[in-house]
Design a protein around this ligand. Sequence first.
Ligand code: SF4
Length: 174
Amino acid sequence: MFNLKKYRKKSPWILHYNAGSCNGCDIEILASLSPKYDLERFGVINTGNPKQSDIFLVTGPVTFRSRERIVELYTQMPEPKVVIAVGSCSCTGGVFRGMDNVEDGIDKYIPVDVYIAGCATSPELIIDGVVQALDILEQKTKEMEKPLRLFRDAKEEEGIVNRRDCAMKIEDIK
Ligand code: SF4
């Protein structure tokens, strides 16, 4: 777990999902991964597997067809995870807001950590959003490790960890 804390920020894997966009923001994501903008210099890899991803990049508004998929993908991702809404559509519904088959921004269904504005957004803004997400990911990793660190520091009495003391320490943190 200690190693995860140290290295997760250095090699975050992203999951890119188009919830119903016009493809404009998706092209910008691909451009940001290209050698010109080189998002991969932060160790980022675009993976197609939610179970191996740390950062969820979503473009487009939530539609009736994509709402179940987006929640399913989010729940399959392991903790800690960070969600980035890419483009005005995923932030608020954008130009599709109020249409019959559209349900506005993605934060109606999943919690969003970073919002990237723009229609279409730009590779520079996407890189800025991912860098913000790395700090949030590091913070979430530290939060997750707190109770484990307390258990590791707990006194052992005849080979048995005193869990009651640990629980009290966790209460102090809250
Ligand atoms: S924000 Fe604009 S470019 Fe991006 S998916 Fe929506 S309509 Fe397309």
